[in-house]
Each structure stands twice: as C-alpha cells, then as structure tokens.
Design a protein around this ligand. Structure first.
Ligand code: COA
Length: 161
C-alpha cells in the first residue's frame, strides 16, 4: 500500500492544491492531506475548519483522508506509515524553500521521499493569500477556489469570526 502525505497550511484549499491532489492520487493508493496548525501564520480559518472544508470538497474521493496536525511533519508521516511526501512546485520562486524543507525532512526521516508535482499551468499563480485578499475586497474567487470554500470565505469576510 503506497501512502502519501500532502502537507500544507491550506488556508484555504484552492484549485491549485486540488490539482496537485488529483495528480498525487495517480501515484499512491491512499493520500493523507495533512493540515498544519501554523498558528504563527495567523490563519483566517482554524486548522479544524480548514480540514473540514477539504473533507467537504473531497467528499467523493474515498482514497483521501484529511487530518489536522501540529508538531513535526515527519513524525506525523511516520504515524501514518507514509512512504512519501507530496509538494507542489509552482515556479522557481518556490524552489529554495521547498529544497530546504525536503532536505530537512530527509535528515529527520531518511525513509520518506519527497515528490514534487507541478500543477496545471492555469493554477501556477494561485495562492491562498490571493484568494483571501480578493474575497476580502468583495471580488469573485470562483476561478480560484471550489464553491464550498467560496461560501466560507464570503461568510468570514462578512465578519463571521
Ligand atoms: N496551488 C496553489 N497554491 C499553492 C500550491 C498550489 N499547488 N502549492 C502551494 N500553494 C500556496 C499556498 O496557497 C500558500 O499560499 P499563501 O502563502 O498565500 O498562504 C503557499 O503556497 C504555501 O503554502 P502551503 O502549500 O500550504 O505550504 P506551507 O508552506 O504553508 O506548508 C508545511 C508548510 C506545513 C508543509 C511546513 O511548514 C511543515 O511541514 N510544518 C510542520 C512542522 C515541521 O515539520 N517543520 C519542519 C519542516 S522542514
């Protein structure tokens, strides 16, 4: 059984992340979307809210499991018996940070390999921050995030904290 972990903050999940998830599913039997708490990033949604949105969006995908975690990613990955970590690479600007993380994770858990996947071209410039900013300013985010996330962003931007 090939188990992959796709870690991130997912504040909130975008079509870019979903594209990476679809691609990762062709490489593994089970994918665990690992939602990092990352309170230091001052997220708009709590880790459990972010995980719940992902569960809603991927409700028809039985091979995906979503869980919030805190602490070291490699420890979480080991607890799931994961064989590899998935990360999306959008542009050269992602590379330094991703290389540093992949090598650090390799030092911590040499048995777990990091695999980089490139999202479709039209998702290269999407980010969660962009979706949040557009929603906050009352713009249309339907091209960036799925409907459940759009509704949650609209609700949160309207002041439901
Ligand atoms: N499509 C669209 N956007 C994408 C994307 C894709 N395919 N891939 C990444 N992004 C965006 C995200 O939306 C996010 O945007 P934002 O900065 O505007 O919010 C940004 O790129 C990076 O986010 P994400 O992919 O969620 O990753 P992250 O950098 O927030 O996650 C962790 C980092 C959680 C994996 C890392 O901090 C971690 O492992 N933490 C646990 C503690 C630990 O083990 N630390 C040691 C690690 S070496």
């Amino acid at each position: 059984m090939r188990i992959a972990i796709y870690p991130g903050t997912f504040d909130p999940i975008t079509y870019g992340h979903l594209d990476v998830i679809k691609r990762a599913l062709s490489l593994c039997d089970k994918l665990v979307v690992a939602v990092a708490d990352r309170r230091e990033k001052d997220p708009l949604f709590s880790a459990e809210e972010r995980a719940e949105l992902i569960r809603q969006v991927l409700a028809d995908e039985p091979r995906v499991e979503t869980e919030a975690f805190s602490g070291l990613l490699t420890e979480f990955a080991k607890s799931k018996n994961a064989n590899f970590l998935i990360r999306g690479l959008r542009a050269v600007s992602d590379f330094d940070y991703e290389l540093q993380m992949a090598l650090t994770n390799r030092n911590l858990a040499p048995e777990i390999e990091t695999i980089f996947l490139m999202p479709a071209q039209n998702y290269i410039f999407i980010s969660s921050s962009l979706a949040k900013e557009i929603a906050r300013l009352g713009g249309d985010v339907s091209e960036l995030v799925p409907p459940a996330v759009e509704a949650a962003l609209r609700k949160r931007s309207a002041g439901d904290h």
